[in-house]
Write a protein that binds this ligand. Structure first.
Ligand code: F6R
Length: 614
């Protein structure tokens, strides 16, 4: 995982690197570091465990920020190999101290290479796979037969796995080498000034001239010019520079203590932003899909692939698409899709859902779908992201920067897009009438109901405070609300560290009910729909085993009041919008439990916003 940013130019690299790291912290935040190199070849490495803010404080205290030069590399880490301590933090250098490197990815064959290097008397300081790579480059370079560039190439040809790297060499201070395989890397180009980043976020406010390095390419960046070459062979490749017309606004917490809280509140606007301009009367307009629409419309099956919260959105998407348009939909975890036998062909549509657009497994799944000839659609939030570029076509969720590690507004935006997609497909297949379309679209764009959930915030906070010391939760829902239950449980787990499981409400009888006792809270999601009576029976089953009952419903019936220890009633809407309202309740519930436990809601332990390794 991890985020990389690098600069080569005439400015002091420090502000560019430190601000870049802050933008990349979504890729990992357990340690961070910076190395810069002077024209005379002095390398200064500063790194520490903890967040980028802590690195910034240390660098300021030691006046490093004033001494930085015009060439530097920086890294924010999510530990894969080796604990998140100072020694394992990047940048790493080789034994001679000549070569220094930052790396995103995993070197899978690090063990045999390490054994080989040890046999050559190379001593290792860290437990990381990354140090193996930098030592291997140093090994080739210090033998004196290969140039810096040849040494990097030779080392990369021997490693398996995924990497995006930037390397400096104190003996060639005017050169910076970047390379990628599996993990993304972009170059930003200005006159006599170059940037490298894991994505465009640390770069795009300085230059719009961007090169997305392709698989197995390296960039050799000099003082005034640069070359793109292949890692396999020493041949120059064309420079494909794209103009990316996009700026990243500074995004702060405003009046909120945590980004997650702000992002929950933003849903009043983000849900409608996602929809605005995409409906006209009874019509859905998804311009990003139009080039491929005839193939999409006639596809015999649809796959949805994603991870985590986005996968939960995919489950809701399946339900909506199958209900409205009767096209079969398979939802696969991207990490399974990429290795399982999947019956995708050129008559299939594969939809990848990803907030960041950088999740490694989802990216790999979409590459596989492309290879199988499917039409690939991206539902992403970040323009210019790898998944949005790899897919044939797509729709952006347009919900703005999401910083809180626990995804909130992206999830409801993804559901909104899937809702529009399902309706559009049903309409062209003549499965739904004009008037039904109009009614659905009116519901989809109505935000007043979201506001009314936020007005219940203090009530939800009070309920959360009662349960903050529970050690296990069950979340139970049926149909469309089974994925909502999964999502509620995931939100709670990731930010409060309380164990929670989501289940289809009736399925809980087949095992999980054994967990139920008087201490166990059970969150039921109960819309007044055709499964209402069935779910009441499920609640009775838990109640008779003394479990605590929390109910989220749009029904005012007395039976629910009688059954519930705590009852949260949301406004009446249609079944599909109910999911969104119930989700927002569950987001607030998880948020207040975590706040009650005084946890860092925005950056929970062990997690990263974007999982860029498999
Ligand atoms: C949970 C969460 C994760 C992500 C997952 C996929 O709150 O945020 O489960 O949903 O890592 O990330 P994206 O959507 O960026 O592909």
């Amino acid at each position: 995982m991890c985020g990389i940013v690098a600069y080569k130019g005439k400015k002091n690299c420090y502000p560019i690197l430190i601000n870049g790291l802050k933008k990349l912290e979504y890729r990992g935040y357990d340690s961070a570091g910076i190395a810069c190199i002077s024209g005379k070849g002095n390398i200064t490495i500063s790194k520490r465990s903890g967040k980028v803010k802590q690195l910034e404080e240390t660098l300021k205290k030691n006046n490093v920020h004033k001494k930085c030069t015009g060439t530097g590399i920086a890294h924010t880490r999510w530990a894969t190999h080796g604990r998140p301590n100072q020694v394992n933090s990047h940048p790493h250098n080789d034994q001679s101290g000549s070569i220094v490197l930052v790396h995103n990815g995993i070197i899978e064959n690090y063990d045999p290479i390490k054994k080989f290097l040890k046999s050559k008397n190379i001593k290792f300081k860290s437990e990381t796979d990354t140090e193996v790579l930098v030592q291997l480059i140093g090994y080739f370079y210090n033998k004196g037969k290969l140039t810096f560039e040849q040494s990097v190439r030779a080392a990369l040809q021997r490693v398996d796995g995924a990497y995006a790297i930037v390397v400096l060499n104190k003996n060639e201070p005017d050169k910076m080498i970047a390379a990628r395989k599996g993990s993304p890397l972009v170059l930003g180009i200005n006159e006599e000034e170059f940037f490298v980043g894991s994505d465009i976020s640390p770069i795009i406010n300085y230059t719009q001239q961007i090169i997305y390095l392709e698989e197995s390419q390296m960039a050799i960046i000099g003082e005034k010019d640069y070359e793109i070459k292949s890692i396999e062979k020493d041949i120059s490749l064309p420079k494909v520079v794209e103009k990316i017309d996009y700026k990243i606004d500074d995004y702060d917490k405003g009046k909120f203590k945590f980004f997650m809280h702000k992002e929950i509140h933003e849903q009043v606007d983000t849900i409608s932003n996602t929809i605005i301009g995409r409906t006209k009367g009874h019509n859905v307009l998804l311009n990003g899909l139009m080039e491929y629409w005839s193939q999409i419309e006639s596809a015999s099956k649809i796959y949805i692939t994603a991870c985590g919260t986005s996968w939960h959105a995919g489950l809701i998407g399946k339900n909506l698409i199958e209900r409205f348009s009767e096209v079969p939909v398979h939802v696969e975890y991207a990490s399974e899709f990429r290795y399982n036998k999947i019956l995708v062909d050129n008559d299939s549509v594969v939809i990848a859902i990803s907030q960041s657009g950088e999740t490694a497994d989802t990216l790999a799944a979409i590459k596989k779908a492309n290879d199988y000839g499917a039409i690939t659609i991206g539902i992403c939030n970040v323009p210019g992201s790898s998944i949005s570029r790899e897919t044939d076509c797509g729709v952006f969720t347009r919900c703005g920067h999401e910083v809180g590690v626990a995804s909130t507004k992206a999830f409801t935006a993804q559901i909104s897009i899937l809702y529009l997609f399902a309706l559009k497909l049903a309409y062209v297949k003549k499965q739904i009438s004009k008037s039904a379309m109009k009614a659905h679209l009116d519901f989809a764009s109505s935000v007043t109901k979201v506001k009314s959930i936020l007005r219940k915030e203090n009530y939800i906070k009070k309920i959360a405070s009662k349960y903050k010391n529970a050690s296990d939760f069950l979340y139970l829902g049926r149909g469309l609300n089974f994925p909502v239950a999964l999502e509620g449980a995931l939100k709670l787990k990731e930010i409060s560290y309380i164990h929670a499981e989501g289940y289809p409400a009736a399925e809980m009888k087949h095992g999980p009910i054994a967990l139920v006792d008087k201490n166990m809270p059970n969150v039921f999601i109960v819309p007044k729909d055709k499964t209402y009576d069935k779910i009441i029976s499920n609640i009775e089953e838990i109640k008779s085993r003394k479990g605590k009952i929390i109910i989220i419903t749009d029904s005012k019936e007395k039976v629910l009041k009688d059954l519930a220890n705590d009852l949260i009633v949301v406004p009446k809407t249609n079944h599909y919008m109910f999911c969104i309202l119930a989700t927002i309740v569950l987001q607030l519930f998880a948020y207040y439990i975590a706040v009650g436990k005084k946890l860092n809601v925005d950056q929970p332990r062990n997690l990263a916003k974007s999982v860029t390794v498999e």
